[in-house]
Design a protein around this ligand. Structure first.
Ligand code: IMP
Length: 424
């Protein structure tokens, strides 16, 4: 520390929640830097499973401050329900702060997300329908000005902003999509009903971030993954924010020189939810097996995830874009039963082999993955806790991952719980 970024090196769902939870133990604060309730981070503690969509994965450590920074977007309904769910299970959430500058996902953003997806027809992105795109669009459009968490402090001001917003949103919904207009009072009431729970957490978080940097250190938690980034992902099949490590600086106000570690989290195979190219996808029984053994169903939407072999070209590219200082490998145990494993080490494009992804990721749909085969270990890894207990074949597999990423291994996860982790 002072600041460690936890970033997804694939298309999201890499297991960032578990790695963040582990790092949170020795940090003063965990700060989420982008995204909203589209995330789905699972943390398992003492056999109890916690699924978090919005709240940082450090929340289970009472002494660690958990901050939703300015770069995130907050659905107050989801925040209220998530806080309530955690409180029912004995997690007090007194350590949770939400930046005054984080923008608010309003009920009309969720409606618009659905309408826009429908209008895209066959080219739909497969969004989580949580209002992510429409909220970030309003944030950057500034016309009329989008609603921020600070605006939830004053109800009459909030009512006015909702009226301004709906004058425009209703026109779009009616004229473009033939949807009935939303009633400003209904929208206000839905949000107002969350305020008793949400308001105490709204804060100026700048001081807390500075204090954590000065003592104890920060974990900057990304959501989604590198190839869902608005600029570096498979556009337009991406999310509307910047999951890459650079997004951590934008989203939190921590300067680039203050970050000393970037842990890129990578699953031992590849998954993707929603549409878009996927060069190592397996549409066969091996892919189905990975989905079942890895429980690859969306935490947020329940959708089955597309599964495939590890894409080493994507891993190398992600390590570069994020300036990764190490990789945290997750779900290695899911590969336990396979005789032979494959890793894509190059893409063939127009007869030529490339070891880095093309910048124009439209070309990803045309590439043929070039695979290398490695032997499986055919042994359960889930009870292993020490590096030298790993079978030689598993060791060779993770070493190859490290070689492709061009950086050392931080840890290897062999099961969902905190203790099922082998530190390198
Ligand atoms: P949105 O972020 O809801 O707009 O969805 C845009 C794309 O990102 C879709 O393909 C989603 O499936 C994907 N996506 C969004 N959040 C996550 C996530 O946390 N894990 C994996 N995929 C995600």
């Amino acid at each position: 520390m002072p600041a460690t970024v936890v970033v997804g090196a694939q298309w999201g769902d890499e297991g960032k929640g578990k790695i963040t939870d582990i790092l949170a133990e020795s940090a003063a604060a965990v700060v989420r830097y982008q995204g909203g309730s589209n995330a789905g981070h699972t943390v398992v503690v003492n056999g109890e499973e916690f699924k978090l969509h919005l709240i940082p994965s450090g929340i289970l450590h009472e002494d660690t401050l958990c901050i939703m920074a300015a770069g995130t977007i907050i659905d107050p309904v989801c925040l209220r329900d998530e806080i309530a769910g955690l409180r029912e299970r004995g997690v007090r959430c007194d350590n949770l702060r939400v930046s005054v500058n984080a923008h608010v996902i309003m009920p009309y953003h969720r409606v618009l997300d659905g309408l826009q997806e429908e209008a895209r027809g066959k080219s739909s992105i497969g969004t989580t329908l949580r209002g992510i795109g429409p909220t970030y669009t309003d944030k950057t459009a500034r016309m009329p000005r989008s609603i921020r968490m600070a605006d939830l402090q004053d109800e009459s001001h909030l009512r006015e902003l909702i009226q301004d917003q709906l004058a425009q949103k209703n026109a779009v919904m009616e004229q473009l999509f033939g949807h009935e207009p939303l009633d400003p009072d209904d929208v206000f009431d839905e949000v107002a009903a969350t305020l008793d729970v949400v308001r105490p957490h709204i804060a100026d978080v700048r001081g807390a971030i500075r204090e954590a940097l000065a003592g104890g250190g920060l974990v900057l938690e990304g959501a989604q993954g590198t190839f869902l980034d608005l600029d570096y992902g498979t556009y337009p099949y991406v999310t509307s924010s910047h999951p890459v490590a650079g997004g951590a600086c934008l989203g939190t106000g921590v300067g680039p020189t203050e970050i000393d570690e970037v842990v890129a989290v990578v699953k031992a195979y590849t998954t993707r939810v929603g549409s878009g190219a996927f060069p190592t996808e397996l549409q066969d029984e091996i892919g189905d097996g990975l989905r079942e053994r890895g429980a690859e169903y969306g935490t947020t939407t329940g959708r089955p995830r597309r599964c495939g072999w590890l894409d080493g070209v994507a891993l190398r590219t992600a390590a570069e874009i994020n300036g990764a200082t190490s990789i945290a490998i997750t779900k290695l145990d899911v590969l336990d039963e396979l005789d032979t494993l494959r890793i894509a080490t190059a893409y063939r494009i127009d007869g030529e082999e490339h070891t880095r992804m093309p910048e124009n990721l439209d070309r990803l749909a045309e590439v043929t993955a070039v695979f290398e085969e490695l032997p499986g270990w055919r042994k359960s890894l889930s009870e292993l806790r020490a590096w030298d207990e790993l079978p030689d074949e598993a060791r060779a597999y993770v070493d190859r991952m490290s070689e492709l990423a061009g950086c050392p291994i931080h840890c290897v996860s062999v099961g969902p719980s905190r203790r099922q982790t082998i530190m390198a």
